[in-house]
Design a protein around this ligand. Structure first.
Ligand code: DMJ
Length: 586
């Protein structure tokens, strides 16, 4: 699995896996008899050691060192009834045409800039010192998947010749570490995996090395800002130096995959340490609040939610377990613990329509100054990733015998598996219900009606503060992917054509209301008002996530199968592998 094109960082000491790699490198060269004898002796000793290792570790060691790819974890068995996974080519081609409409406009007006504004046909960057390729890199694996060779050739040329991380400037946005990791590092790694082009791997490692200093805090929790030129972590003053839970726990897939490619434990250990700190900080309920203190490693008293600053923490608990082929039970334990807590404290059902949603919990002080926790029936669009995630978790962590049918039968799932499958499918239904608007697009944030709240609404949900002529922040649709992400997973796990039909409805609504005729797509300010008013921004995740998940929804099931890939939170696919080293805590 280690890629010889990726250099070893000079750390001054070699890690256990580096020593193993040297052994095999020498044996392959076999320059003289002495070397061969030494290597043979070492191999025999290693074989003896293997006998004393447990099965999983031995299997991992052998597979990794012999360069074999993992076959992927098993959820597929028998198909229930006639499940048709063949590609829907006309719909898939329509998605590719939409991608080209977005990309060609960006390339014409803003090539290389981090962000794109399609109405004024201009780009912008996240620092005054220039961009680092957010949009270009975020889009490359979609081009590779969609077979857009000419577009890819131009994007690759820009990455090879123009992209630079020598940017010495202050970022004018929040969660810089998160976006740099999931978009640029993640995009480069998946571009490397899909193309085999070492240039992408080298750029990925250069970026990761510039990010590493953010982990130099008393606890190992990384700082939110990074100066890539100076290789310095910078505290986020806006949040009193606290770090967001989702941000620090959404780099593990990227750093662990890089650790495997580079055969460098340093990337792995930095990412893993964060998870250990979070595990040790566990609060009594098993829930995670959205801020951590990087100085003492404790959760700060702050909101608890599956939306912003919380979302991908839960997503990566499951995906870390899947990434290493179900071989690291610590992540399974943390995931199970979190899912129990969510079902106990956050999962709610609306009064009239029986819509399943996840609430938020806010800390407040009572008159004596004691903290009390108030439940708010509010759900971000961001939470819509969670329906598909729960379904994926059910077929991977909640099975009775290890394999399940497509779709799973009740008797194949444990009690937790059944619970998660059911709440996952219901959450997908709820997210689709929030598309019942004038545009067919769903808002950024919805609230749910509660008994006696006096709210008048056609549905059990509503957009808080919306009234004719006034669009609150909550009413926007900014081209987010989370619902189509869940539809893609749900379709792959069930074969139910309803999920494709819903995805097509969303795609058509985007085409009708977000497409800018002169090129690109814009956000809309109020999903419940016609004609729409635009916000002049095409978020980079349109091309990396929304259109990719739609493309995959209409592709056949052999394209990026869910038991062989994990998608990072920006929809960049990484292969499942057997790790050559293990998480060092339990
Ligand atoms: C993306 O950048 C990622 O999916 C992230 O985890 C959450 N927000 C956006 C998309 O909505």
């Amino acid at each position: 699995m280690a890629d010889p094109a990726i250099r070893k960082r000079k750390t001054g000491k070699s890690s256990p896996s580096q020593k193993n790699e040297h052994l095999f490198t020498d044996s392959k060269r076999g320059k003289d008899g002495t070397t061969i004898k030494t290597v043979l002796a070492a191999v025999l000793v290693s074989a003896g050691v293997l006998l004393y290792m447990n099965y999983d570790t031995a299997r991992s060691f052998v597979r990794t060192r012999l360069g074999k790819q993992s076959p992927g974890w098993d959820f597929e068995a028998t198909r229930g009834g006639a499940v048709d996974f063949s590609a829907d080519l006309p719909k898939r081609d329509a998605v590719v045409a939409a991608f080209k409409h977005a990309w060609l406009a960006y390339e014409r007006d803003a090539m290389g800039d981090d962000e794109y504004h399609p109405i004024r046909k201009a780009g912008s960057n996240l620092t005054q010192a220039g961009g680092i390729g957010y949009t270009v890199v975020d889009s490359i694996d979609s081009m590779l998947l969609m077979g857009l060779e000419e577009e890819h050739a131009r994007a690759r040329k820009w990455v090879a010749e123009k992209m630079t991380f020598e940017r010495d400037g202050n970022f004018n946005t929040f969660e810089v570490l998160l976006f740099t990791t999931i978009r640029v590092l993640g995009g480069l790694l998946s571009a490397y995996h899909l193309s085999g082009d070492h240039m992408y791997a080298e750029r990925a490692q250069d970026l990761a090395d510039r990010i590493l200093p953010v982990f130099n805090t008393p606890t190992g929790l990384p700082l939110s800002m990074v100066n890539l030129k100076k290789r310095e972590g910078i505290p986020d003053k806006d949040n009193h130096g606290l770090v967001s839970t989702a941000e620090v726990s959404t780099l593990q897939l990227e750093f662990k995959y890089l650790a495997m490619l580079a055969d460098d434990d340093e990337y792995w250990r930095k990412a893993e340490k964060v998870m250990q700190v979070i595990k040790d900080a566990r609060i009594a309920t098993g829930l995670a609040s959205i801020f951590l203190n990087p100085d003492d490693g404790k959760f700060a008293i702050s909101p608890i939610r599956l939306g912003s600053r919380g979302d991908s923490y839960y997503e990566y608990l499951l995906k870390q377990y899947l990434q290493t082929n179900l071989t690291e039970p610590v992540y399974r334990d943390m995931y199970d613990d979190a899912m129990d807590a969510i079902h106990t404290h956050l999962m709610k059902t609306s009064e009239a329509e029986g819509l399943t949603y996840t609430a938020e919990i806010l800390p407040e002080r009572d008159q004596q100054g004691k903290i009390i926790w108030r439940v708010i029936p509010k759900q971000d669009h961001l939470v819509c990733f969670f329906g598909g995630s729960l379904m994926l978790g059910a077929v991977s962590t909640g099975t009775v015998g290890g394999t399940v049918s497509v779709p799973p039968r009740a008797e194949e799932l444990t009690a937790q598996g059944k619970r998660d499958w059911l709440s996952g499918t219901e959450l997908v239904r709820t997210c689709m219900a929030t598309h019942n608007t004038a545009t067919g697009l769903s808002p950024e944030i919805v609230h749910f009606r509660m008994a006696g709240d006096g709210i008048e609404s056609k549905h059990d949900w509503y957009i808080k503060g919306a009234r004719p002529g006034y669009a609150p922040y909550d009413a926007r649709y900014i081209l987010r992917p989370e619902t189509v992400e869940s539809l893609f997973i749900a379709f792959r796990l069930t074969g139910d054509p309803q999920y494709r039909a819903w995805g097509w409805d969303i795609f058509q609504a985007i085409e009708k209301h977000c497409r800018v005729e002169s090129g690109g797509y814009a956000s809309v300010l109020n999903v419940d008002e016609l004609p729409v008013k635009y916000e002049d921004k095409m978020e980079t995740f349109l091309m990396s996530e929304t259109l990719k998940y739609l493309y995959l929804l209409f592709s056949d099931e052999s394209v990026l199968p869910l038991n062989k890939y994990v998608f990072n939170t920006e929809a960049h696919p990484f292969p499942v592998f057997y790790p050559s080293l293990r998480t060092g805590f339990s």
